[in-house]
Design a protein around this ligand. Structure first.
Ligand SMILES: Cc1ncc(COP(=O)(O)O)c(C=O)c1O
Length: 435
């Protein structure tokens, strides 16, 4: 039996990874790699943490599975833990199995609660690979679904200040990104819009930083029209300097969607935190049509309780915020003068280095370009330098585990710098050859 490789040409040879400890993973040849992006921005607490592994093992031996509709001690303990970390207005939780199915259920709940069907999302966004979550994404990954998308998705342009779609400059602009959103809502009919979904902080679509007040302004628009505001914190939760990145914008959404860092990636688990009014009184005496066999899995709940306790005990949740200035300065000092580096964007421990053709602002590789030879070249150079990377088109992501030490981060940034120095030289050589 041959494994099907997700999001990959099937002829690609992937390395075999055999072990992980802390911020390091080893392949089958024994070569160590620094986990530059916590795998898929999930393993926030690092690999091989016995506190999580043992909590899972203990739960599996007491009660390994039970119908998600039943109460169990570990489900109740997780609900209490989540009450400690969630905005207090969001006092209902639906536990799921991943980020994508949490998004599916969030869209379903918003549609049921409002009786409306449209969902507004951004072009540069990713919300998961199942039907509605993929359709809700703007990212080109959804294009593989063209012709069989979930209906009712409306997309808007991003507040992408480095490449402002309206040609404006931050600090000197009139927030056309917000007036654009308002216009789209007016054209679509606010009474038809169930939800607006934004990533708490943008992730694999480019870590596009929201301008100050953007989230607040969207909150005001959603409230004005009775639209459910959903913060997708699957990637930005548990790694941007607060439990949920949206909190750094001073906003309480109507729903928060989470996964990844919830269990630090130790076992699949997702969830939705929702305002009471989305559930009650509507479903007090009527069945709520949501549920998955493995939802609220007891072993997942045990992993989440252990992970949240570690974030709390080591105060790791605030570390990304405390280190953000240092880390940004360190990245800028080492990388900014490299000719192929266009922009460096970081929120907590979620960041990107955007690459350009030297001397221009043109992307080194266009968004959704089929020619990804530079992307592949950079990826293989990073592997060779001992960094396990996540590179998409011209985006090199930087999202290490929160347990990384400053010395480890220093070393990784230097290694990244050496690779990008080399890439810059290679780009210049290739430009000279072609002239
Ligand atoms: C912002 C965001 N939402 C949703 C998802 C989907 O999560 P999952 O892959 O667990 O289904 C992802 C995955 O990367 C994500 O980054």
């Amino acid at each position: 039996m041959k494994l099907i490789i997700p999001w990959s040409a099937q002829s690609v040879q992937c390395p075999q990874i055999v072990r992980g400890a802390g911020t390091t993973l080893w392949d089958s040849d024994g070569t160590p790699y620094f986990d530059l992006c916590s795998q898929l921005m999930a393993v926030n607490l690092g690999h091989g943490d016995l506190r999580i592994a043992e909590a899972m093992a203990a739960q599996a031996s007491i009660l390994s599975y039970v119908n998600p509709a039943y109460s169990t001690p570990v489900r109740e303990i997780l609900a209490e833990k989540l009450a400690e970390i969630a905005p207090h207005e969001l006092n209902r939780v639906l536990l799921t199995t991943s980020g994508a199915d949490a998004i599916e259920n969030a869209i379903k709940l918003a549609r049921l609660a409002t009786g409306r069907h449209k969902v507004v999302t951004k072009y540069r966004s990713y919300h998961g690979a199942t039907a509605a979550a993929m359709s809700a994404s703007g990212d080109p990954r959804r294009l593989s679904q063209t012709g069989f998308e979930t209906p009712g998705i409306v997309r808007v342009e991003d507040p992408y200040c480095y490449r402002c779609p309206w040609g404006q400059t931050l600090g000197n602009c009139e927030y056309q990104c917000v007036s654009h959103l308002e216009r789209v809502i007016a054209f679509e009919g606010p009474e038809t819009i169930a939800a607006i979904i934004l990533e708490g902080e943008s992730g694999t679509s480019g870590c596009i930083k929201y301008p100050p007040d953007y989230w607040l302004r969207v909150r005001a628009i959603a409230s004005r029209y009775g639209i459910v505001l959903i913060s997708d914190e699957v990637m930005s939760g548990f790694r941007c300097g607060d439990w949920f990145a949206v909190s750094r914008h001073g906003v309480v959404p109507d729903m928060i969607v989470m996964a990844k860092g919830l269990t630090s990636g130790y076992i699949p688990m997702g969830g939705i935190l929702a305002k009471e009014s989305l559930i009650s009184p509507r479903f007090d005496s009527k069945s709520l049509p949501v549920g998955l066999t493995y939802a609220a899995h007891p072993v997942g709940c045990a992993a989440a309780v252990a992970a949240i306790s570690i974030y709390q005990d080591l105060d790791l949740i605030h570390r990304p915020r405390e280190w953000e200035t240092w880390l940004t300065r360190r990245l800028v000092d080492r990388l900014d003068s490299i000719p192929c580096v266009g922009d460096i964007r970081l929120t907590g421990f979620l960041g990107v280095i955007e690459l350009v053709i030297p001397g221009t602002r043109l992307p080194l590789v266009e968004w959704n370009s089929a020619d990804v030879s530079w992307t592949n070249r950079i990826s293989s150079l990073l592997w060779a330098a001992g960094l396990m990377p996540n590179v998409r088109w011209n985006y090199v992501f930087f999202a290490p585990p929160l347990i990384a030490t400053q010395a480890e981060l220093d070393r990784a940034i230097d290694q990244l710098g050496s690779v990008l120095d080399l890439v810059s030289n290679e780009i210049n050589d290739s430009i000279s050859e072609n002239n």
